[in-house]
Design a protein around this ligand. Sequence first.
Ligand SMILES: NC(=O)c1ccc[n+]([C@@H]2O[C@H](COP(=O)([O-])OP(=O)(O)OC[C@H]3O[C@@H](n4cnc5c(N)ncnc54)[C@H](O)[C@@H]3O)[C@@H](O)[C@H]2O)c1
Length: 261
Amino acid sequence: MKLAGKVAIVTGAARGIGRASAVLFAKEGARVTVADIRAEMGRETISMIENAGGEASFALTDVSKEDQVKKTVDETVGRWGRVDILFNNAGYPQVKRVEETSEAEWDHLFAVNLKSIFFGVKYAVPIMRRQGGGVILNMGSISGLVGQLRTPGYVASKGAVVLLTKSLALDYGADHIRVNCLCPGITDTPAFREHISSSADPEALIRERQTRVPLGRFLTPEDVARAALYLVSDDSEGITGIAHLVDGGMLAAAEYSSAWL
Ligand SMILES: NC(=O)c1ccc[n+]([C@@H]2O[C@H](COP(=O)([O-])OP(=O)(O)OC[C@H]3O[C@@H](n4cnc5c(N)ncnc54)[C@H](O)[C@@H]3O)[C@@H](O)[C@H]2O)c1
């Protein structure tokens, strides 16, 4: 088991990539705090972990609120005595041009996608330093590395996650705290399905999107979770400050369509 004896906090773990990661980390021996605003689905994640013989606890946490993030870190330390892994995964897309976006919508997006990482790091780092090290993984996106239509706030928030990650890696490397960032491509999660279902022709959109992926399929939450496991385990112990793509090859090209093959 790759995470035996470790304690992990995974935010946004009630569904999607966060859930798949929490379940995989627990299978690999970690005790996991599942932090999310969705209590019922969060408890389902706990049941999945417990049914597979793992150990986990749910923490109702809005990651955009400093006091709630602090409480979740404190409770994790109170329960299990340490925090080895912080996966700042919670986030959401916002499909709106700038002139359609209110200030409150912009601020909330940045609070959930970016400021949450500031809060998590602020409260986890002193514990990791005291323990002699730890691993922080932040959720970026391919949309943090290149521009994308109609999502300026999302792209800006994920771009900031990439550079925040690199900066944190420099600040905490001497404390043996590694900080990396995961940049998935199109991943078939509940958030993705909600996005697709709001379009005029969901099936046509799915077919069109798939032609853009050199591997010819969307990623599964488990594909991304396995990359997360690599970055939080000792398998990547020489790695800090990177933005790790898991994108089915999308960013290998400036332009690509399987229709051109
Ligand atoms: N699905 C994709 O194609 C894709 C691609 C690149 C990056 N990402 C990123 O991966 C992460 C997970 O995305 P997903 O597709 O699994 O989404 P999802 O909506 O399926 O799951 C996200 C989880 O985060 C939780 N969450 C949202 N706001 C929160 C808050 N304020 N506090 C605590 N929890 C909160 C939700 O309740 C949900 O359980 C996000 O950061 C997203 O931007 C997703």
